[in-house]
Write a protein that binds this ligand. Structure first.
Ligand code: RIB
Ligand code: CA
Length: 325
């Protein structure tokens, strides 16, 4: 059994990552914590609770920071839609939040069972940095830490060189880089190269025709529009789901590198990553395992497998997908 704690700014791709975890019988999701990023944090909590309900689970969701550590919140509602879910129908009869103490939970749960939980972060690192301020050893309590974060090769999706989760709160990522516990970075490079969904994948999901496959397509239609108009990707990419798939099955990693990394926090280079391969850096030791290549087919198969389940416990009515791609 793989025991996960997931920190998320639940937009549409985060929701698919949650589905991959919640729909996998080998995975136990101990808790979900939410953070401001894609959408204001209360929207993120609502989207996480709706996805937990869709998957027929009762996983507790705890709400966290409603803004970055030291900056105003700039969301990605231009990418995911005002609600973060492309305005698509989502389950409404959903459970309530279990609390507003996300940061405490990110500390207490792994501290009670050291080495048991894998932490997967899908949004800005604000909650994680706050947990580090409260307990500088917190990340050492986790078995491993996978972060959807960064553009290690320098091709950004917010600025020419910065990826959103780090750009949104670069100071928090700097705190994580200095924690003394290395993280596994699944950057936007992996999403762009191995996790784009277009024809024939969209047709495959339509053929599966379950509430899950319909939900996956519908909540990401806004991302597809953003990709067409801004990033030039044909279809939509799924950065958080491929991060989750890799955290659940690290065999999907086909090339990685241990590096010493820092992040720029000045206005011009905000969120840009610096990989230092100097001798001095080697002496300091690595703080990031960067993923450079992954298994696209294995990732897609994990999505198709999850979507085969035809259950719809909330009885929500997906909208017809005849408009789709
Ligand atoms: O840059 C992609 C990341 O930013 C993903 O986590 C997406 O959900 C947004 O949070
Ligand atoms: Ca996210």
């Amino acid at each position: 059994m793989i025991d996960l704690i997931i920190d998320t700014d639940t937009g549409s791709d985060d929701a698919v990552a949650l589905m991959l975890a919640l729909g996998n019988p080998e995975v136990n999701v101990k808790a979900i914590t939410t953070v401001a990023g894609n959408v204001p944090v209360d929207f993120g909590s609502k989207n996480a609770l709706a996805t937990v309900a869709l998957m027929g689970k009762n996983t507790p969701v705890y709400q966290g920071f409603d803004r970055p550590l030291m900056r105003d919140l700039h969301t990605a509602q231009n990418v995911h839609g005002a609600d973060g879910m492309s305005g698509a129908p989502i389950p409404t009869n959903i459970p309530k939040l279990s609390g507003f103490d996300a940061v405490n939970k990110l500390i207490e749960l792994p501290k009670a069972e050291p080495g048991k939980y894998t932490l997967v972060t899908l949004g800005p690192l604000t909650n994680i940095a706050a947990a580090l301020f409260q307990d500088p050893n917190v990340l050492s309590y986790y078995k491993e830490i996978y972060c959807m974060a960064g553009s290690p090769e320098g091709w950004g999706n917010v600025t020419p060189s910065a990826e959103f989760n780090i750009w949104c709160d670069p100071e928090s990522f700097k705190v994580v880089l200095r924690s003394g516990t290395p993280i596994v970075m699944v950057g936007w490079n992996i999403s762009r190269e191995y996790a784009v969904i277009a024809k024939p994948e969209t047709d495959n999901f339509k053929k599966i025709g379950t509430a899950r496959s319909n939900y996956l397509l519908d909540i990401n239609i806004q991302v597809a529009k953003f990709c067409k108009e801004v990033t030039g990707i044909d279809g939509f990419d799924l950065p958080d789901p491929i991060t989750m798939a890799i955290a659940i099955n690290p065999n999907l990693i086909t090339k990685s590198e241990l590096v010493r990394m820092d992040v720029a926090c000045d206005e011009f280079m905000r969120g840009t990553l610096i990989i230092d391969r100097s001798v001095a850096a080697q002496k300091l030791g690595p703080n990031v395992k960067v993923i450079w290549e992954a298994d696209r087919e294995g990732f897609l198969n994990s999505l198709y497998e999850m979507c085969q389940d035809g259950s719809n416990p909330t009885g929500f009515t997906p909208r017809p997908l005849d408009f789709y791609l």
